[in-house]
Design a protein around this ligand. Structure first.
Ligand SMILES: [Zn+2]
Length: 72
């Protein structure tokens, strides 16, 4: 692999983990849904709480020569 910016072979592979939280808007929608379905929605809400955190792992390449970064 070579850097697209400077053509150097001195590349480091890094992976960073990002966690995303559900937005407030979708939470309000689910709470409303829970009230409308009288409890059935609460089960969904419980499930949503368990799966709230989404983990994304991105692998990136960093050029040690010029500092250019890109996704791979
Ligand atoms: Zn470079």
């Amino acid at each position: 692999m070579t850097c697209k910016n400077c053509g150097s072979n001195d590349i480091v592979i890094i992976s960073n983990t990002q966690s995303k939280n559900r937005s407030l808007g979708s939470w309000l929608l689910w709470i409303l849904f829970a009230f409308c379905t009288f409890g059935i929605g609460l089960l969904f809400l419980f499930f949503m709480t368990l799966t709230n955190k989404k983990t994304l792992t991105k692998t990136r390449a960093v050029c040690k020569n010029c500092g250019n970064q890109w996704d791979i």
